[in-house]
Design a protein around this ligand. Sequence first.
Ligand SMILES: NC(=O)c1ccc[n+]([C@@H]2O[C@H](COP(=O)([O-])OP(=O)(O)OC[C@H]3O[C@@H](n4cnc5c(N)ncnc54)[C@H](O)[C@@H]3O)[C@@H](O)[C@H]2O)c1
Ligand SMILES: N[C@@H](CCC=O)C(=O)O
Length: 542
Amino acid sequence: MDAVLSVPEPRNEPVRDYAPGSAERDSLQRRLGELAAERRDLPMTIGGAQRMGAGAAIDVVQPHRHQHVLGVTHNATNADALAAVTAAKQAAPMWRDLSFADRAAVFLRAADLLSGPWRDTLNAATMLGQSKTAVQAEIDSACELIDFLRFNVAFARRLLAEQPLSSPGVWNRFDHRPLEGFVYAITPFNFTAIAGNLPAAPALLGNTVVWKPAPTQQLAAHFTMRLFEAAGLPPGVINMVTGDGIAVSEVALADPDLAGIHFTGSTKVFQKLWRMVGENIANYRGYPRLVGETGGKDFVVAHASADVDALHTALIRGAYEYQGQKCSAASRAYVPRSLWNGGLRDRLAATADGLAYGDVTDFTNFGGAVIDAKAFARHTTALDMISNDPTCRIVAGGTADDSVGYFVRPTLFECDDPAHDSFTTEYFGPILGVHVYDDARYDEVVRQAESIAPYALTGAIFATDRRVIDQTSEVLRYAAGNFYVNDKPTGAVVGQQPFGGARASGTNDKAGSWHNLVRWMSPRTVKETFVPPTDHRYPHMG
Ligand SMILES: NC(=O)c1ccc[n+]([C@@H]2O[C@H](COP(=O)([O-])OP(=O)(O)OC[C@H]3O[C@@H](n4cnc5c(N)ncnc54)[C@H](O)[C@@H]3O)[C@@H](O)[C@H]2O)c1
Ligand SMILES: N[C@@H](CCC=O)C(=O)O
């Protein structure tokens, strides 16, 4: 326990802009060409050894060009999962006995490698495999992952320095132990940074991990695993299993040494995992820590005093960047009739209709495709439902085409009923519903928006009247874990806007902050008495 160590002061990684003619753009385009020309095996990594899962094969494709296969991965079987759990348990004594400095150095080195020679590889893999544009990949797989790795070291250092008081003759101290057992990290398709952070954060604190990425993110996950190895991560500390995770959960969640789940993904899957843990609760050595960041139905509330230019930009970026596939994406907005009919409606419609979605290797595009056929089907069902509902009117988009890639047009619609399914269900695509209200009904609309959806992840208020900002912020205090004033509800930056929500949006343990890291330690309090008493009687006994 080397709590007095000082560590490098983290700074947010600067975002590159990949402007035409820049060297960074040429270099990224070269790497895109190389990765697109390959068709790789995407194996598991267990105890440092790579091998393909023994279950069914899964093609990992470019969502914007779904006939183009980037690689092949396989479902992990029960036997594969058992091997990963065993490797994690075997590596645990070695890893927890290394000093914090040694563990931190691995992740700081990974951050530096990613900031330099690995940047193009992770960005290109994220662009091709997850259909992110260059800038969306850059803020995710480069900057946010680098930030997670660097800031977590500084946050962990602060936690390790935290020690109890000691009265005279006594020395009290915390032994910041890792959890007893292994951590099971399960990660979503949409952020390479989240996929890398969920296994890395518990590992930094001395835990060993079984990591199950989303199959559709497997290309970038593959390179993330290679990056950790290049940074010196010993075998068995993070064991990556591939595929749908069904067999992995059967094995990992039934294991007595399950120490925690670090999950990001849908509410439905997290609730299923929680139920499975509940069913097994008497069989565990301890109570597993359950950390899950899940879905959202994120709102923008606009007041009549809002700056319309700022509101317009926030709605377009908040709803349609990365095809709306951010848990934070604006998917319901409440706009006063004065602004809507005063030009905002037509402006939003024109901008949305003008957004180019296409192949993300064409850098002129604003967006790409949605992730897979399942997402495409969910969105087309929602669009059919909305266009056939007499209370809703499509204002822009509303169409989809999967002939080449899974493309869904940026869709804007009005809905008279603020309790409509489209205001409560997460679609996770480029679909923004607007409830237009009479200006005088503002307070009532805000109260309704507060609790109509089960989620509480992100939300924004647009107003210039300070009293309105203050009152709205108070009414919506529990409606979002990340609340924005005159800004879009997406784009949280590590160290600046610690991220996470409550209600059906998760356990709100704020990824990329000390709040999250504290869940991966099990402190032992040690009291040492220098001169222990030698008489059992107390003074009042005479
Ligand atoms: N709150 C946040 O910070 C945050 C961030 C990103 C994404 N999300 C949410 O994630 C969802 C989108 O991501 P997704 O489509 O990858 O989510 P998902 O829930 O479908 O999948 C998440 C992960 O769980 C795995 N999985 C599914 N069933 C499993 C099982 N039985 N055992 C083990 N693993 C299993 C998937 O393969 C994937 O790796 C959205 O709901 C979005 O809001 C939330
Ligand atoms: N942290 C990201 C969202 C992550 C979920 O998909 C944001 O703030 O936009």
